[in-house]
Ligand binder design. Sequence first.
Ligand SMILES: Cc1cc2nc3c(=O)[nH]c(=O)nc-3n(C[C@H](O)[C@H](O)[C@H](O)COP(=O)(O)O)c2cc1C
Length: 169
Amino acid sequence: MEFDKVLEKRVSARDFTDQKLTDEEVAEILDAANKAPIAMGEYDKCQLFVIRDKALLEEISEEYRNKAGVKHDALYGAPVMILFASSKETSAAFEDCGCVLENIALKATAMGLGSCYIRGAIQSLGNDATYLDSLDLANKFHPVSGIILGHSKKENPPKDHKIRANFIG
Ligand SMILES: Cc1cc2nc3c(=O)[nH]c(=O)nc-3n(C[C@H](O)[C@H](O)[C@H](O)COP(=O)(O)O)c2cc1C
């Protein structure tokens, strides 16, 4: 897909079919993630979890429902969430995470997949969440944010966002 088309088509998807991603698709996505820039080139201060276990995805959603007192599924029934975790020893966790997750979102779009950042639930559940017991989180690492992926039930139209741009000179 042409690059500008990918940018245009990348919008958040929140309605997914049950279709899983193939191992090949996940490998392509991870390859894109690994091409992201990371502060000081410290790739060893980042960790990714590809969560495809339906029970664990439901557990995360349930834990968030209970904690936040909400009724909706914060993971929107997606078949996979990729969680970005970062070493507590880097001060660039959010920037690193944004770069990696955006590469994932754009690659997913180019592959015809839907995606949506999931920061709310991950940040709200924090570092002591029960679901983290199921992950092999490296020592002194913490979860930063996630992105859900899957096949969208419907085509999501492009959006016309406007960020104010000031010109100096
Ligand atoms: C850092 C970040 C965190 C986000 N967290 C969530 C989230 O927790 N849940 C959600 O449904 N959408 C989340 N979003 C998606 C935004 O709401 C969405 O990108 C924005 O409204 C623009 O819409 P678009 O992605 O369709 O262009 C997040 C986006 C970003 C960049």
